[in-house]
Design a protein. Structure first.
Length: 338
């Protein structure tokens, strides 16, 4: 944990990335009981409400990335290099981990489509798209960037919220294919620009708390509407990224934590997790699958108390961070550097 790479970093951003990565790991366990009963009005229980907070996870990554990169002038060659690196890392680890370890050693089967292959590490692909779009905005007149952001925001966040209201009022209404859309994850561009805008903004803790609670309430509202419409428990995390609820959750947490100063004892640990967030993202699924399979085989059921999943998520996050830190001390670090 005393890596020289942890020096001179913005602690608040590392704290945000550590929290976001924990949320991703926690969500991917999918071993909580949500108390769903078919043909009854669904309202999320405590387990589901806690999981819904994880809708801020990936948005926080986009926001931190935007805060760190958008205001830096770049060139076409640098952007192409960055985009190519992201694609290379995503595809390399998909072959090694998804098609190798997870498919063969853990018996999960190979991806059954091109989308299944490309989408395995979809966040890295989305981040590559965001980098390229931000470059295009940088070299375009300001009105082009504003117009693009408005179009994406309306077709995703606003559109999805309108349809949440329609389905809450009438769960039997037919939801069109575009009724819940992420516009091929282009919502990430909105999060990255918001992160850059909020980089030097501040709100007091009380207002941030109210924004957080409103965001959580809106995500609960969406989960109720979509669950009663579909007849199955709505995901509420990955599926909620292009929603106003997740947006407000991300904004609140970003403003609360971005300027946090280093405490006296866990700062090295937080920095290590933040520095190795890419490695955690790449490696955690292997350990999540292993643990899930072992727990189901041992206890013969697939749901466990919230505190158990929280502890497991902390353990997997730390384990993957240390593995990534070890690799970063070898030439293999080029396969983890974004």
């Amino acid at each position: 944990m005393n890596s020289p790479h942890t020096n001179n970093r913005v602690y608040g951003y590392d704290l945000l990335k550590a929290l976001a990565m924990f949320m991703v790991v926690f969500y991917h366990f999918q071993m909580l009981n949500f108390s769903f009963e078919p043909n009854t009005f669904y309202f999320p229980n405590f387990n589901k409400i806690i999981q819904l907070i994880c809708a801020a996870g990936i948005p926080l990554f986009f926001m931190v990335n935007g805060a760190l990169t958008i205001n830096n002038k770049t060139t076409f060659n640098k952007v192409i290099h960055k985009v190519s690196r992201l694609f290379l890392i995503a595809f390399f680890w998909t072959i090694i981990l998804r098609c190798g370890v997870i498919a063969i050693l853990l018996g999960r089967g190979q991806p059954n489509s091109i989308y299944g292959f490309i989408g395995n590490y979809w966040f890295l692909i989305s981040l590559a798209n965001v980098y390229f779009l931000n470059y295009l905005i940088q070299i375009s007149p300001k009105w082009v960037g504003y117009l693009l952001l408005i179009i994406i925001f309306v077709l995703t966040f606003i559109n999805n919220f309108v349809w949440d209201i329609i389905l809450f009022v009438n769960p039997d209404h037919i939801l069109p294919r575009w009724g819940h859309s992420g516009l091929f994850t282009l919502y990430g561009l909105v999060y990255s620009r918001i992160g850059a805008y909020l980089k030097h903004k501040n709100l007091n803790f009380t207002i941030c708390t109210l924004i957080f609670l409103l965001g959580l309430a809106l995500n609960i509202f969406k989960t109720i509407a979509m669950t009663n419409h579909n007849g199955t428990v709505f995901d509420g995390v990955n599926a909620s990224f292009p929603t106003i609820g997740a947006l407000l959750l991300g904004i609140a947490l970003f403003l609360m934590l971005k300027d946090v100063k280093e405490p006296f004892w866990p700062s090295r640990l937080i920095k290590t997790i933040g520095l190795n967030s890419c490695g955690i993202y790449l490696f955690h699924a292997v350990f999540v699958f292993m643990i899930r399979d072992q727990m189901i085989a041992t206890f013969h059921h697939n749901t466990f108390p919230l505190y158990v999943i929280l502890l497991l998520a902390i353990g997997v996050t730390l384990l993957c961070a240390f593995i990534s830190e070890g690799i970063s001390r070898t030439p293999g670090r080029v396969l983890l550097k974004l």
